[in-house]
Design a protein around this ligand. Structure first.
Ligand code: HEM
Length: 129
């Protein structure tokens, strides 16, 4: 995977802000995962994901100061996330990446990163498995 420094140098806070903004435009309109988010706090959702990414890739401490340790898997437990929800989240993030990240290597490295975390968030057994 492209190293984190390279991703951060390419995007910075501004690039991650644009990516997350473009992602939530799609999430808001989505019939499957849109309704899982608090409908009166889209700005908050945007801020939490952007700050998390700036922490993860740029060691910007704002997320930790506001939210503490990410504990992402635990924080997603209240939402039913199976294969369909994971795939939809990735589809929307994939479209946001295509729209906003011009550097192909950086874009593909981020796609891989998001796919790994999204799969880890699954917390509902699938029928027949
Ligand atoms: C797999 C499908 C996923 C679904 C359906 C999902 C859904 C949600 C929902 C409903 C929330 C609560 C609303 C909010 O606080 O904004 C949330 C929070 C959050 N999600 Fe996800 N998410 C998924 C994957 C991911 C992935 C892959 C990442 C990061 C790479 C991520 C990062 C976050 C963060 C940082 C928060 C805020 C946590 C907090 O501080 O409370 N999510 N997600």
């Amino acid at each position: 995977m492209t190293n984190e420094q390279k991703i951060w140098d390419d995007l910075g806070e501004q690039g991650f802000g644009t990516l997350v903004q473009s992602f939530y435009v799609l999430v808001r309109q989505d019939d499957l995962i849109g309704p899982m988010y608090p409908e009166d706090d889209w700005e908050g959702s945007e801020e939490r994901l952007r700050d998390f990414l700036c922490f993860r890739f740029g060691a910007v401490m704002r997320y930790m100061e506001k939210r503490g340790h990410p504990r992402l898997r635990a924080r997603h437990m209240p939402f039913g996330i199976g294969v369909a929800e994971r795939d939809r989240w990735m589809e929307l993030m994939g479209a946001a990446l295509d729209e906003t990240v011009k550097n192909e290597e950086v874009r593909e490295a981020l796609r891989e990163f998001f796919a790994g975390v999204a799969d880890f968030m699954r917390n509902r057994p699938e029928a027949g498995s």
